[in-house]
Write a protein that binds this ligand. Structure first.
Ligand code: URP
Ligand code: ZN
Ligand code: ZN
Ligand code: ZN
Length: 479
């Protein structure tokens, strides 16, 4: 199966140039001025269009069992939405229950993901600790292509990782050559504030942001970064939403620490006024953690993106429908946390970033694909356009327009946090594994065609980190 994309402009994280691309099987095999081809080659005319690496969303939760229910978008609908929005790979999260075997949970998620239309990979969450967890981390890294482990510093009495777990797990990550990632919110403070607000009769979704003020994220971000620094481990902060967390990352980077920051399309563009909506269901539809923030945080996030303090963009796609959100009708702490966006991420970043002059097209590619591929060690198979790379591409029509709406999106939920946003420049065709996956407004691949993406450890980088540690090794005083 060959696919020839002719006449387009290739945009990578570092260059922009006109060239044709020939894909064979699931690889890019030729880039340049490509002439006559045998009959069995499918030709796509990309004149006037941009060809970029397929998006990689490093943070999704398809069919996540969470807060007493299960997220509506499963691996079939969620990855269909991804492809419709130009994203060809998602990195989802295996979240074992405390005391559950990591491997059992991992295999459970792998089984669910057999329905995927797009490519997918997994971070695995560390929600408890003992020697068997350490041993299973070994196996996941060595035999299952997992190179990142997630730690929820929030969600007390559920999946929260306390400091003892962070210390043990970050140490193990460094030993294995895997990267620890954190959801940085102080779970004790959230729990305290939730109870206080409920006792004061604040039971509606407007209480949600009050229970998770920016200082709660700032404290946890600083703590996680300090723990990683003390241990000599790298660290990746998911869904950074506050100025405090951006400052913490920048400070650590300035002091030589290896810290990465991810930002959500939602946090960049939606502000906390949504929780004041007089319609309960609309306000509840926006309940996610960390919450949407006052506007000055958005400015700090954009500056963090521009300065390179934040390197990746994600969605935290965790879709709950109105009926599920209504579980918290009398108690905002029971509203399932999560919003959707895997389909809209690239369009939103194009409109609010590129079109508004906040980022260049090349930075757009870095933020939506390349940086994630590099950090999670799937570059240059993914995240770039070069001969030998995987043929995961998006063909972008900068002249086309679209209005985002839940009426037309592929997510199963009836709400979009980006409802009504006008987009100038849309992903028209998505190529996944060398095949047309989204074309002419139609999903072209079947459920199950997505491939699991193995992510090896980044051995030389971790070797350097361990050497740095050696340099600081204490020496016992001879007496
Ligand atoms: O509200 C959210 N973000 N739900 C999904 C779980 C998480 O914290 O990422
Ligand atoms: Zn196994
Ligand atoms: Zn989170
Ligand atoms: Zn999440």
């Amino acid at each position: 199966m060959s696919l020839l994309i002719k006449g387009g402009t290739i945009v990578t994280h570092e260059e922009t140039f006109k060239a044709d691309i020939l894909c064979k099987d699931n690889k890019i095999v030729e880039i340049g001025d490509i002439g006559e081809q045998p009959k069995d080659v499918e030709i796509i005319d990309a004149t006037g269009k941009l060809i970029m690496p397929g998006g990689i969303d490093p943070h999704t939760h398809m069919q996540l069992p969470f807060m007493g229910t299960v997220a509506k978008d499963d691996f079939a609908s969620g990855t269909a939405a991804a492809l419709a929005g130009g994203t060809t790979t998602i990195i989802d999260f295996v979240i074992p229950n405390p005391q559950q075997s990591l491997l059992d949970a991992y295999h459970q998620w792998r089984d669910w993901a057999k329905k995927a239309h797009s490519n997918y990979s997994f971070h695995v969450a560390i929600t408890w600790w003992d020697d068997t967890v350490a041993e299973e981390m070994n196996i996941l890294v060595k035999d299952h292509g997992v190179n990142s482990f997630k730690h929820f510093m929030a969600y007390k009495n559920a999946i929260m990782a306390t400091d003892d777990i962070l210390v043990a797990s970050f140490t193990k990550c460094l030993e294995l050559g895997a990267i620890p990632t954190v959801h940085a919110e102080n779970g004790e403070l959230v729990y305290h504030l939730q109870n206080k607000l409920m006792a004061e009769g604040m039971t509606g979704p407007e209480a949600h942001p009050l229970s998770r003020p920016s200082s709660v994220e700032g404290e946890a971000a600083n703590r996680a970064i300090s723990i990683a620094n003390t241990l000599g481990a790298p660290i990746y902060l998911v869904h950074v939403s506050t100025e405090e967390a951006v400052d913490a990352i920048r400070y650590a980077k300035d002091h030589g620490q290896t810290v990465f920051g991810e930002v959500l399309a939602g946090h960049l563009t939606v502000d906390e006024s949504v929780y004041q909506n007089p319609d309960w269901a609309t306000a509840a539809a926006h309940v996610m953690s960390p919450p949407f923030r006052p506007k000055h945080h958005q400015d700090a996030l954009w500056k963090g993106v521009q300065a390179g303090t934040l390197q990746t963009t994600a969605t935290d796609h965790c879709a709950f429908c109105a009926e599920q959100k209504a579980m918290g009708k009398d108690n905002f702490t029971q509203i399932p946390n999560g919003t959707a966006g895997v389909e809209e991420r690239m369009m939103v970043l194009w409109e609010k970033g590129v079109n508004q002059g906040k980022i260049t097209m090349n930075e757009f590619v870095a933020l939506t694909s390349t940086n994630t591929a590099k950090i999670f060690n799937i570059y240059p198979s993914k995240g770039c356009i070069r001969v030998g790379a995987d043929a995961d591409l998006v063909i972008w029509n900068p002249a086309a327009t679209k209005t985002i709406s839940a009426k037309t999106h592929h997510s199963k939920i009836e709400h979009s946090i980006f409802e009504g946003m006008e987009i100038h420049g849309v992903p028209e065709t998505t190529v996944c594994n060398g095949k047309l996956a989204w074309h002419n407004n139609t999903l072209m691949v079947k459920s199950g065609e997505g491939k699991y993406v193995d992510r090896p450890t980044y051995a030389p980088f971790y070797e350097a980190l361990r050497k740095r540690q050696e340099l600081n090794k204490p020496v016992a005083v001879k007496r």
